[in-house]
Design a protein around this ligand. Structure first.
Ligand code: GBH
Length: 494
């Protein structure tokens, strides 16, 4: 029997969450409102009509969450900081809330005391409501860039002595397209009459995207200039993006797959890692794609120490679609012969396909030539929420999803030479799944929302065992040809 291949000793694995999806306690300790607070309260925005007022009650139960992480043996935890807890009104001249700082500070201390590396995201979609009301939030370049940088500064100052892994913005594609294009996420702007009476889906998403890129880049510039020299951490952006493969071998569908990648990933990654927009986007959008000034380009290009990768699935791509946000490409999971690509999840957009996961890791590494941190990857079992708890925790489909993707991850490292430094399963807990409310469960831990009791699912135990087995012994195989010098000058973080 061949010896089990091992992960590099410094590899970080664990689970991820986001503030608004788990914290609840939206009106305590001076927290200001976020754009999600009222958005999810208005009729028709969430599938079950529920909101984030309680969620998994993690603002109160945070010690239990950390105990759970410890029980799983996680080496790292990816969480997000709530901007309106830190600066309730959001702006650069608005007061900082000491209670907000204290909460995350204690949280980080407790993680470290438990041997868990904190991986902090500054923005996971919970913009202070006041900034939206005051000046249009992400639509206002001059204001939002400055306010985001100031918020980032407060976080670096308060937590950077202990947090050495920073993510600026989570999935700016979702912020733009879902928040300002389709209008299904806060702030719910769209030209779709069912969703919103104001907004302009043909321009706003592209504008918002350029402002998120710039805000990210300016926060990174600040970190590198003023904090990195003494604090020594790494900072980058996390992008969502799924592998795209041609539906068949026709030339138009081959280009369709590349077009899908350009619109989903290249939109952000090409500017940030390569310093230009994808040609195809320029062609399609013309002057609706906002240009950066040459000064801005120097800040944007190279503004991420790593590629933060959130990925869930793989799409078969057909040319001739009608959705501009997908680059006029249609997605399907049904192959030409009628078979399915993988196992269907509870969400229509998600099927298993480990081969695609490995292909995407290779595609990104080859194209952007930067170390990859997998910051989210996960699966929602079909109809899990209708099951009794003892059945829900036996989540075979989720185990198979993680087994397939973890093996693919290992192969990408040990066989393909991709420099991958972390894997975070989404999510530590079932939680508030945005527009799905609580109907879709992504957790490796079941949450009974009546009692807030947590029940580890088999998949949580599986992920934990899988990583422990591949990290425990000294026989690790380092990634063969790391083409990028190790970050942090080889300094171990714990
Ligand atoms: C992540 O986004 C989020 O970071 C996380 O907060 C969330 O809980 C998790 O996924 C699970 O959903 O059918 O056109 O609406 C994942 C990226 C991009 C996946 C948008 C779903 C919807 C496609 N998402 N996509 S559509």
């Amino acid at each position: 029997m061949p010896a089990t291949k091992h992960l590099p000793k410094t590899f970080l694995w664990g689970f991820a969450t986001a503030a608004f999806q788990i914290e609840g306690s939206t009106d305590v300790d001076g927290r200001g409102k976020s754009i999600w607070d009222d958005f999810c309260r208005s009729p028709g925005t969430t599938l079950d009509g529920k909101n984030g007022d309680v969620a998994t009650d993690s603002y109160k139960r945070w010690k239990d969450d950390i105990a759970l992480l410890r029980q799983y043996g996680a080496k790292a935890y990816r969480f997000s900081i709530s901007w309106p807890r830190i600066i309730p009104l959001g702006g650069r001249n608005d007061p900082v809330n000491p209670k907000g700082i204290e909460f995350y500070s204690d949280f980080i201390d407790e993680l470290i005391a438990n041997g868990i590396v904190p991986f902090a995201t500054l923005y996971h979609w919970d913009l202070p409501q006041n900034l939206h009301d005051r000046y249009g939030g992400w639509l206002n370049k001059d204001e939002i860039t400055k306010d985001f940088v100031r918020y980032s500064r407060v976080c670096f100052e308060s937590f950077g002595d202990r947090v050495k892994h920073w993510i600026t913005i989570n999935e700016p594609w979702c912020v733009s397209v879902l928040g300002y294009g389709r209008g299904v996420f806060a702030p719910g702007r769209s030209m779709c009459p069912a969703k919103s009476s104001d907004g302009d889906s043909s321009t706003e998403p592209w504008i918002v995207a350029s402002h998120t890129i710039l805000s990210h880049a300016l926060a990174v510039q600040l970190y590198r200039n003023e904090f990195k020299p003494t604090q020594g951490g790494v900072i980058g952006i996390t992008l969502n993006g799924d592998m795209a493969i041609p539906y068949d071998d026709s030339p138009e569908n081959s280009s369709a797959a590349q077009h899908a990648l350009d619109f989903a990933i290249g939109w952000y990654a090409d500017p940030i890692y390569l310093g230009y927009y994808p040609e195809y986007m320029k062609q399609v959008l013309g002057d609706r794609l906002p240009e950066f000034t040459s000064e801005e380009w120097t800040v944007v290009k190279g503004s991420s120490d790593f590629y933060g990768m959130n990925t869930y699935t793989t799409n078969l791509c057909k040319a001739g679609g009608h959705d501009e946000f997908q680059g006029f490409v249609d997605y399907t999971f049904t192959r030409p012969d009628g078979t399915q690509l993988g196992t269907q999840a509870h969400c229509a957009w998600l099927q298993t396909h480990p081969t695609g996961f490995r292909q995407l890791l290779n595609y990104l590494y080859k194209k952007y030539k930067t170390p990859i941190y997998v910051t989210e990857n996960g699966f929602a079992v079909m109809n899990e929420t209708k099951m009794p708890i003892d059945q829900a925790v036996n989540d075979t489909d989720r185990i198979e999803y993680f087994r397939g993707n973890c093996e693919a991850l290992l192969a990408a490292i040990t066989e393909d030479g991709v420099d991958i430094r972390s894997y975070f399963a989404w999510s530590l807990l079932d939680n508030f799944e945005w527009a799905d409310g609580y109907t879709t469960r992504f957790g490796v831990t079941y949450v009974d929302y009546e009692t807030q009791k947590r029940y580890p699912k088999e998949s949580g135990k599986f992920v934990s065992k899988w990583f422990m087995e591949r990290l425990s012994s000294g026989k690790e195989i380092l990634s063969p040809t790391p083409s990028v010098a190790p970050l942090l000058n080889g300094r171990q973080l714990h």
